[in-house]
Write a protein of this length. Sequence first.
Length: 147
Amino acid sequence: MIKRNIMIPIILAAFVTAIYACSPNENTVKEQVENNFPNYTESANETKTLLDSKCMVCHGIKESQDEMLAPPFAHIQKKYSKVSSSKESFIESFVDFTLNPNEDQAMMFGALKQFNLMPNLGFERTEVEKIALYVYENEFPEPKWCN
Ligand code: HEC
């Protein structure tokens, strides 16, 4: 019994040491990410977390088309890019719609018909502005059933 009690902290200590020994230096990882993804910034990373937590529950790509609840961001980005003459107007219409979803400003008529109007979820303007810029600047995966 006494022996086992002594062994537990020793085993734990060995595990902790092994985990630390295996994790690379944080700066190196950050440098690697920045070198490989030139658009990467701390703030873009924060915005991605925001988008994942506030939007993806509906806009996320599901296993099959039937399970989708809203259009994927790849399609929203394509549509808003097509109808906007500048980055500013892309962001403006994206933000206007997201803060106050309404049929007059909606541009994705197919989605509107398929999923019905997006509900007003009371998002904060500053957060939606960051998300709009993020959607403008980044690439999003196409669902695998769309070729
Ligand atoms: C409760 C589900 C739900 C959530 C959460 C949600 N959306 Fe939507 N969204 C929809 C649906 C459904 C549509 C498609 C119908 C439409 O266009 O209104 C849509 C469409 C859109 C469109 C395109 C509208 C158009 O027709 O021009 C934008 C832009 C958009 N969402 C942004 C967002 C952003 C940004 C977030 C997160 C901050 C978000 N949505 C969260 C359901 C959701």
